[in-house]
Design a protein around this ligand. Structure first.
Ligand code: GLN
Length: 305
């Protein structure tokens, strides 16, 4: 397995140059385009890692499945389902999901920005500070890494420039899909996206989803197995946005990407995979990261189809 990962690293490193750093969040444009890290956590307890797997980057949209898990834990499936739909949008992550001049909760998807902003308002907590803290705590627990914290520079950068997300949040508000103060909800969303992680953290979170809610090593249950079913299904259909169909054909496992360059992949019952490579394709997914996953899937028969 070590040899295979080293081979994939060498084969896929050239692809890093074909991607583009996200520059609509100015701080992300400072990333190193050559970075490529891979971490695999297997269900037999073994883990394998190569390349820049220790490098930290912001979680960005890979926080969305964690937000969804917390929303489910706080409110139950029925309530969450009534507030945020599950249909794939087939659109970019920052798309305005308005259908025929109406916007209903069923038009939202938790894996794209509008749905994720709405999800921040479903998290329990007396203040939005407390809600974010609870999300950070859950991220630390799932990743088994108590040192995970906020990247203040990326948070400030995104808060300063995130006017598209502001527009999406005001649209939600105007359609009655957001009850709370827009700036407070957005602040929580921007902080959520700016949590600093590495490939190992993503592999660990992916593993808990693959392991139906139980942590590796201790087997402690963090969420009901039914929630893994719920989240993984949505990852499969919309985790890579309007690239989800292509990813399903090429790789065939539930996964979530973020514009920081992370991809978390879930191979049900078998493994969690964390990839980091900040060069993105036109849809905002890590270009070299998808190449690694495609090759790994073919070599290890990972596709669930
Ligand atoms: N924070 C980013 C945004 O809202 C997350 C998008 C992403 O990772 N695709 O624009």
């Amino acid at each position: 397995m070590e040899d295979l990962l080293e081979e994939l690293l060498a084969e896929c490193r050239p692809y890093t140059q074909q991607g583009t750093l996200a520059n609509y969040i100015p701080e992300l444009a400072k990333g190193n385009i050559d970075d490529l890290g891979i971490y695999v956590q297997r269900s037999d307890g073994r883990h394998y890692q190569v390349g820049d797997y220790k490098k930290r980057f912001t979680i960005q949209s890979v926080v969305k499945p964690i937000l969804l898990l917390l929303a489910l834990l706080d409110n139950g499936e029925e309530f969450v389902r009534s507030r945020i739909g599950v249909e794939a949008t087939g659109k970019p992550f920052d798309a305005i999901n308005v259908t025929d001049q109406s916007l209903l909760s069923e038009h939202l998807n938790p894996m794209v920005n509008m749905g994720a902003i709405a999800m921040c308002s479903l998290i329990k907590g007396a203040t939005y500070e407390e809600r974010f803290q609870r999300l950070l705590d859950l991220t630390r627990t799932l990743a088994g890494d108590p040192n995970i914290c906020l990247d203040e520079a990326v948070y400030q950068s995104e808060k300063r420039t995130g006017n598209k997300n502001r527009a999406l949040a005001f649209l939600l508000k105007s359609y009655g899909l957001l009850q709370d103060d827009v700036e407070e909800v957005l602040d929580c969303y921007f902080k959520a996206c700016s949590i600093s992680v590495n490939s190992k953290d993503l592999a660990q979170v992916g593993f808990v989803l693959a392991n139906r809610g139980k942590l590796p090593q201790t087997d402690e249950r963090i969420f009901p197995s039914r929630y893994a079913h719920y989240v993984n299904a949505i990852l499969m259909t919309c985790g890579m946005y309007d690239g989800s169909g292509d990813f399903a054909v090429r790789v065939g496992v539930p996964a979530k990407s973020g514009v920081g360059g992370g991809i978390m992949a879930v191979v049900p019952t078998r493994m969690g995979i964390g990839i980091f490579s900040p060069g993105l394709d036109g849809k905002g997914n890590s270009l070299a990261g998808a190449q690694v996953l495609e090759r790994l899937s073919k070599r290890m028969y990972l596709s669930i189809f």
